[in-house]
Write a protein that binds this ligand. Structure first.
Ligand SMILES: [Zn+2]
Length: 477
């Protein structure tokens, strides 16, 4: 009898405990940052680089709870961003290329954004690339092919989140169907205020019910913000996007404080630059994502007991090795002299071609671009071998008016620029294993309400489960 009583009491306590776990909302404000392609090497090297420049530390690397997770998909040891995004958004594995459906593409999976909305939270999804690119799409779309951009855009409309932010939509009309309704018009018709550019944001978003926050119409690249290293005055930044989302989501007050919200922010260009093995640009981009996390930290300082910040990656890209052996000391000198990304330098070299149609571009002119973009010769003295490598790639590249380009997943770059970033990586003491994704585990950094729930993560699918528990989102575990 005594045992039964103890047993019953234990059961009651257990049930009470699970009720608290299921329904309590420890984390009223949830931030999930995803550095696409941002492995341990990228974060560590970005921190070392920042320290060498006397810049502030990456703000998330001293978060109190840290760990790592595996990233394999249901179909591959090496995931893509669609499957990894789905894992982070739904807690379920799917096949590469699939968004928000199970691996058989039979059942839709419920996303954190959808669960947050059901729980009465406001929801935002933001990225430095297109709103309907794989990672942001994983939080609202249910499609068997990540390339079905138009349908994914329709899914965003259907999900009805409060704010979507990024460069805009890839394929604003259905491919091959010029008469299909334009996604921007559909959003405007559904009550979204379409805000183009950060300058207009504060006035335009004020009093708007829902917002689609995108680049100005004349932006140079419709699919990506300029990489941080290429940024010019007036370019839209991920920091502005994040600030806009926080201001908008945090503006709706209830009981004298903001309504609960869930915001996912993707640093999408880290991955693109990792595919191109452009070390300096990757580290600048990773550091730049830290500036957006710093905005969440500002918010956290206002509501420390109710704010949860999670920073992680969907996968590692490029197999970045930090250090090339004890006889090759690491040095950030060459890196610090680089003033443009591979794609930025390619544009500068393209301008040389375009300046004199039909004529061969001279080595001296190319040297001028390399001098300006990498500090070669002026600050970084090249070895004869490095100089030969550059000259050979120049000859390969500029033999004809339309030289062959070096292609990575997102960029096609001039061979000279590709050669130059290889020299910078070697001089910095870093090495790239490939131009593709890897199966490496990725880091997780957590701060705030419910952070202790993230102490023993193993797999990327554990992250949304921990978030949902901390935030009290209803639905499948
Ligand atoms: Zn990628």
């Amino acid at each position: 009898m005594k045992y039964r009583l103890i047993g019953t009491a234990a059961l009651v306590l257990l049930l009470a405990g699970s009720a608290v776990r299921l329904f309590a909302q420890e984390a009223r404000y949830v931030f999930l940052f995803i550095g696409d392609g941002m492995g341990f090497g990228q974060v560590q090297a970005a921190g070392l680089w920042a320290a060498s420049q006397g810049a502030g530390e990456l703000c998330f690397t001293d978060f109190p709870v840290q760990g790592f997770v595996t990233t394999h998909s249901a179909s591959n040891d090496v995931t893509d961003s669609a499957a990894a995004g789905t894992a982070l958004a739904t807690g379920r594995k799917t096949a590469n290329g699939v968004l928000g459906l199970d691996a058989a593409c039979a059942e839709p999976l419920t996303t954190l954004g959808e669960r947050a909305r059901r729980a009465g939270c406001r929801v935002g999804v933001a990225s430095s690339v297109a709103v309907n690119h794989a990672t942001p799409a994983a939080f609202y779309a249910h499609r068997s092919a990540r390339e079905s951009y138009y349908d994914i855009g329709l899914d965003a409309l259907r999900a009805g989140f409060d704010i979507y932010a990024g460069t805009g939509f890839k394929e604003e009309r259905r491919k091959g169907d010029p008469d299909s309704p334009n996604l921007y018009d559909l959003f405007a018709g559904a009550g979204y205020r379409v805000v183009r550019g950060a300058d207009d944001f504060p006035s335009a978003a004020d009093a708007a019910e829902k917002v689609l926050f995108v680049q100005p119409a004349d932006a140079a690249n419709p699919s990506s913000l300029p990489p941080a290293i290429d940024r010019r005055a007036g370019d839209m930044t991920l920091e502005q996007i994040t600030r806009g989302c926080i201001d908008f989501l945090g503006s709706a007050a209830a009981d004298g404080r903001p309504q609960p919200f869930f915001l996912m922010v993707e640093g999408g260009i880290v991955d693109w630059l990792c595919h191109a093995n452009d070390t300096a640009a990757v580290l600048a981009e990773t550091y730049d994502l830290g500036r957006s996390v710093a905005l969440a930290l500002e918010f956290y300082r206002r509501y420390p007991a109710e704010t949860l910040i999670v920073v992680t990656a969907d996968h590692e890209t490029g197999g970045l090795a930090v250090g090339r052996g004890e006889t090759a000391p690491m040095s950030f000198d060459a890196l610090a002299r680089q003033t443009a990304s591979v794609i930025g330098v390619t544009m500068r070299l393209r301008a040389l071609r375009d300046a004199r149609p039909g004529e061969t571009v001279l080595w001296d002119d190319v040297r001028g671009v390399l001098r300006e973009s990498y500090g070669f010769w002026d600050y970084t003295e090249l070895t004869p071998e490095e100089e030969t490598l550059l000259k050979e790639s120049y000859e390969e590249s500029f033999r004809s008016q339309e030289g062959p380009l070096v292609r990575s997943l997102y960029y096609a770059v001039e061979p000279v620029a590709d050669c130059a970033v290889g020299i910078v990586a070697r001089r910095t003491g870093m090495a790239w294993g490939s131009g593709a994704h890897t199966a490496a585990v990725v880091p997780v950094y957590v701060l705030g309400a419910g952070a202790e729930r993230f102490a023993a993560l193993r797999d990327n699918t554990d992250i949304p489960r921990a978030i949902a528990r901390a935030a009290g989102y209803p639905g499948a575990d």
